[in-house]
Design a protein around this ligand. Structure first.
Ligand SMILES: NC(=O)c1ccc[n+]([C@@H]2O[C@H](COP(=O)([O-])OP(=O)(O)OC[C@H]3O[C@@H](n4cnc5c(N)ncnc54)[C@H](OP(=O)(O)O)[C@@H]3O)[C@@H](O)[C@H]2O)c1
Length: 284
């Protein structure tokens, strides 16, 4: 199977290409240099030339706070870029996997979100990602929308790397304790995406590592496993103002994934363990 991947220079795209190659797929990983998704002609020509069986669309404008000031650019990448890829997938009859986010939800309420819950994004980034979802489901037949959250992977910046960096110069850190969700390790997710793309079990899925936590819990677990002596203070969201609003409840149910015969991702604490190993092997 030949798979075109966008966002190869980012966290998820990098691992999707790596895992796909390990599984005998023909992976074509593209960064903005080869395939600027906001350039319609470029997208059209490139996809026609490659003729992929599937496109796994991992590229996005992901700077959540900056998106509040750069609305035009985030729309261009997340909505228009997705539209150009979707059009090209349609012409070439390729399957399409669109990566979306927990930020399509408003985060009110206590229960984990299921796939049929109504999105109601509270940030501009969330709005653009939800618009991207609509483009995918309104235009294609062979599509998957995969909503993920709190992503970490070897190829890029993320919460774990930030915590480890801050631990070098701080013995105490304040971390938000009233936003709940689940971390998603790109290595685990990539394996699932490669399994999924072979199937015809199309639709929306919520996919993260198993278990729920707050950012405060997440930070504590990172320091515990990395043997860092850092005191973590739990603070409320209002004490850590950000330009973009975040959902307080980002919990997503993965029941649909299991009901459709897919394997759940490992528990998030196992994912942290594997990732810390991966990071230390990279340093050596
Ligand atoms: N990170 C999270 O916590 C999180 C949470 C939920 C959902 N998601 C979603 O998961 C997916 C993967 O996220 P990630 O963490 O892997 O993101 P990432 O590391 O920021 O990677 C995204 C990649 O997209 C590229 N890109 C931006 N504009 C482009 C363009 N016009 N043409 C081609 N490539 C372009 C970026 O290149 P430059 O670096 O050169 O701009 C970057 O390499 C995204 O769809 C994101 O919305 C992420």
């Amino acid at each position: 199977m030949k798979i075109l991947v966008t966002g190869f220079n980012g966290q998820l795209g990098f691992d999707v290409v790596r895992i796909g190659n390990e599984n005998g797929m023909t992976m074509i990983g593209t960064g903005i240099e080869e395939l600027d998704i906001t350039d319609q002609t470029n997208v059209d020509t490139y996809v026609k030339k490659i003729k992929p069986d599937a496109i796994i669309h991992c590229a996005a404008y992901t700077a959540v706070d900056k998106a509040e000031d750069e609305k035009e650019q985030s729309w261009k990448v997340n909505v228009e870029g997705t539209k150009y890829l979707v059009d090209a997938a349609k012409k070439n009859e390729a399957k399409f996997i669109y990566i979306s986010t927990d930020y399509v939800f408003n985060g009110e309420g206590e229960n984990p979100y299921i796939e049929t819950d109504q999105p109601d994004p509270v940030s501009y980034y969330g709005i653009t990602k939800y618009e991207g979802e609509k483009v995918v489901r309104d235009s294609l037949e062979k599509w998957f929308i995969i909503r993920i959250s709190w992503v970490f992977g070897i190829n890029g910046n993320n919460f774990i790397k930030t915590m480890l960096r801050l631990s070098e110069t701080n013995s105490q850190l304040n971390v938000v304790g009233d936003q709940y969700g689940s971390p998603t390790y790109t290595y685990d997710l990539a394996k699932l995406l490669i399994d999924m793309v072979k199937t015809e079990k199309y639709g929306i899925y919520h996919v993260t590592n198993e278990g729920f936590c707050s950012w405060y819990d997440f930070a504590n677990e990172i320091f515990r496993q990395a043997n860092k002596e850092v005191k973590v203070n739990s603070i409320t969201t209002d004490k850590f103002p950000t330009k973009a609003k975040r959902p307080a409840n980002s919990k997503m149910s993965k029941q649909k994934l299991v009901d459709n015969g897919f394997k759940s991702l490992p528990d998030w604490k196992n994912a942290v363990k594997h990732y810390l190993n991966e990071l230390s092997n990279e340093v050596k």
